[in-house]
Each structure stands twice: as structure tokens, then as C-alpha cells.
Design a protein around this ligand. Structure first.
Ligand code: PLP
Length: 386
């Protein structure tokens, strides 16, 4: 054979010839070489790489275990998991109820795509609305209730098990953005939620360097709907990213323990500070939503917010600019601590609420919590004199 031909096949041993390593092989491929002609159109076999290969299968198995799911599907980002799961179950003419505390891009999709282009009505309920208040909005066309508990900026909790049960009784689906609990500290599917979504980008990845989202279900019909949407839209994630997410998952529980303990220490310190108003951390005793947290969660994540009491915008910037250990930036769940002010994101909310000052969100990383407290102390001093 000519070298040009030999170079096309060199080094392509069958996967069964691989040594067994701790992680899965990062198998790359669009084409899957089928064993014979009859296999080409055999729907029981994987015939194209977009459906996922070895590292995807390994990640899906692990997430199925984490979520207690029947099926888990992967999406190219956390946002794509939310929008993709919604697209898998809604159609023109449907009505969708969404928490007013939803992560801003979720709302943007609801406004621009569902409402703006697909003729689906979207209505919002207060992020701490009771199950009765949520269900009072439902009508004969309501297909889906989109929950985010707690709200990832202001941390209001919803009574997810009660809303899921009431929705089920009326034939309405529920979707929960469970990114805060990382699939670890709250199990949406065992509490009756139909579609459990999380941005793996955050805690599962854990290193602020990779995008992915997952949607988990127990009902095979919903699993088939997710699968169909993925095929219809052509979504895929890379084998390297699937490997990276699986590696993050291995240390998730260990990291979460540290994130949670440190966040509670920092939150308790902030609570006693004269410049702060409410500390919005559902895992903190006495904080808003703590009863709902206690009833269904098994641990505390590291993301929360607090009110910088009566602060002016210049003081908010002085506070943020004085932070040395906290980076300023979006996203969270990585090893490094982050801070941001949430006011810009409040502008899109339908239901206005006065928190008594600007809301600052902190993502507590894996640093020593006393160092983080010292950093916050200096920043609060800077805000006072601004
Ligand atoms: C970040 C985030 C998402 C989206 O994740 P991406 O991977 O960044 O698209 C969804 N929901 C919540 C609550 C988030 O914080």
C-alpha cells in the first residue's frame, strides 16, 4: 500500500485493544465504522459520533447515578440544557409559568424565543410564591412550570416537592434548574420534578474552564423527547469536555463540603456586620427559605448573597474594587471565590422588591475562609469611606 493510504489507517487500533485506565478513553469521531452494510441503518446501534462515544457514555452513566435518573442527556452549556429541555416539551399555543427569580438568560430565551417567535405565552410568579399561588396561575394551556430554587441571585426558595406534586395532579410538567445544589444536595427527581437540569459548568466542572449542561428524567417518554430534540437540533458536546466533566464529578462531594462550610462561616460573619442587611443564604439558620432548605436539602452549597445596607452605587463599586481574593466575574462553582453586584439583573424582573440596599453575590471558593473574611472586612471599610 502507498504511504498515503497507510497513513490513513495507522494507529487506529480497536478500542478493545486499549489498556484499562482509571478514566474513560477520549474517543474522538464523527464517523463510526460499521461492521457490515446491514448495520448502516440499524437504529439499535450507534451509527454516528454526534450521539456520543466512550467518554460521553461514561459521563452519562455517572450523572444517571448522581441524579437517580432513568435517562440523562448532555447539552453544550447549562443554558442550552434549560432551553433544550424546554424546546423538547413545548409547542405553539402552550402556556409556560416561570419563576421571576430565574437566571437572566433563561428569561431572555422565554421572552425572545417562546413568546417572541413561537407563540407560547410565558407568565412569571414571585420567586418565593407558595404552591397555591403558583398553581392559581395555571390554566388549561399550561404545559410547563420552570423553577429555579433557590433563585441564583437573590436565593428565594420554592417549595419544589409541593409544586411538583400539585403540577403532576393537573398534568403539568415541572423543570427545575438545580445548579445550586449540584445534583448532590437536592435530588429533584425523587421529589417529583419531571426534568432536573443543571449547569455542569459550575460545581461539577469545578474549575471555571468548561461548558456543559445536563437534563435528567425518570419518565422514558420524556427521555425520548429530550433525545429527539437533541437529534432535531443537532446538539453535541466534545469528548474532551465530557472527560473533563467526569473528572470534576470525582471530587464534587469533597469540594462541596468545603464550599458549604466556608460559605456558612462567611455568611454568619456578614450577618453580624453593621454595614450589612439580610444575608440571603438558605442554609443559614434564620435566613429566608431556611425551612424549605432544611426539609429537603442534605448540605450547603457555597453560593449566596447579602445586602449592602443602604449603599450608594459608588460604595458598591468601592467594595467590589477593594476585593483582592474575590475575582469579579460571572459564573461560579470553581475553586476561586467570585463576587458581583446583582442590580443590573433586577431590571428585568416583573415583580419589584426592595431588599434594603444593593445585593452582592458571593461564590465562596476553596480558599481559607478566614482569609476571605479579612478580604471582605477591608472591602467593607473601603465602601464606608467611599
Ligand atoms: C450559569 C448558570 C446557568 C447556565 O450555565 P452555562 O453553562 O453558563 O450556560 C444556568 N443556570 C444557572 C442557575 C446558572 O448559574
Amino acid at each position: 500500500m502507498d504511504e498515503t493510504s497507510r497513513l490513513i489507517r495507522a494507529g487506529s487500533k480497536a478500542p478493545s485493544g486499549l489498556n484499562r485506565t482509571v478514566g474513560p478513553p477520549i474517543q474522538k469521531g464523527s464517523t463510526i465504522l460499521m461492521p457490515d452494510a446491514a448495520s448502516l441503518y440499524d437504529v439499535t446501534q450507534t451509527t454516528y459520533g454526534r450521539a456520543g462515544l466512550a467518554s460521553h457514555d461514561a459521563l452519562i452513566d455517572a450523572l444517571t447515578e448522581l441524579e437517580g435518573a432513568q435517562t440523562v442527556r448532555l447539552f453544550p452549556s447549562g443554558l442550552a440544557a434549560i432551553t433544550g429541555a424546554i424546546m423538547a416539551v413545548v409547542k405553539t399555543g402552550d402556556d409556560v409559568l416561570v419563576t421571576d427569580g430565574a437566571y437572566k438568560p433563561t428569561r431572555r430565551f422565554c421572552e425572545n424565543v417562546l413568546k417572541g417567535r413561537l407563540g407560547i405565552t410565558v407568565r412569571y410568579f414571585a420567586p418565593d410564591a407558595s404552591p397555591d399561588e403558583v398553581m392559581a396561575l395555571a390554566n388549561g394551556k399550561t404545559r410547563l412550570i420552570v423553577l429555579e430554587s433557590p433563585a441564583s441571585l437573590t436565593f428565594e426558595m420554592q417549595d419544589v416537592p409541593a409544586i411538583a406534586a400539585a403540577a403532576k395532579a393537573r398534568g403539568i410538567l415541572t423543570l427545575l434548574d438545580n445548579t445550586w445544589a449540584a445534583g448532590l444536595y437536592f435530588k429533584p427527581l425523587t421529589h417529583g420534578v419531571d426534568i432536573s437540569v443543571q449547569a455542569l459548568t459550575k460545581y461539577v466542572g469545578g474549575h471555571s474552564d468548561c461548558f456543559m449542561g445536563s437534563a435528567a428524567v425518570t419518565d422514558p417518554k420524556l427521555g425520548a423527547a429530550l433525545h429527539q430534540a437533541i437529534i432535531d437540533f443537532g446538539w453535541a458536546v466534545s469528548p474532551e469536555d465530557a472527560y473533563t466533566m467526569l473528572r470534576g464529578l470525582r471530587t464534587l462531594a469533597t469540594r462541596m463540603e468545603r464550599h458549604g462550610a466556608s460559605s456558612l462561616k462567611v455568611a454568619a460573619w456578614l450577618e453580624g456586620h453593621p454595614q450589612t442587611g439580610e444575608v440571603l443564604h438558605p442554609a443559614l439558620p434564620g435566613a429566608p427559605g431556611h425551612k424549605l432548605f432544611q426539609a429537603a436539602y442534605t448540605g450547603a452549597p457555597g453560593l449566596f448573597a447579602f445586602v449592602l445596607k443602604d449603599a450608594k452605587p459608588t460604595q458598591v463599586h468601592a467594595f467590589l474594587d477593594a476585593l483582592k481574593l474575590f475575582g469579579l466575574g460571572f459564573s461560579w462553582g470553581g475553586f476561586e471565590s467570585l463576587a458581583l453586584d446583582g442590580d443590573d439583573q433586577f431590571k428585568v424582573r416583573k415583580i419589584k422588591k426592595d431588599y434594603g440596599g444593593p445585593v452582592i453575590r458571593l461564590a465562596i471558593g476553596l480558599e481559607d475562609p478566614d482569609d476571605l473574611i479579612a478580604d471582605l472586612e477591608k472591602a467593607l471599610t473601603a465602601a464606608r469611606s467611599a
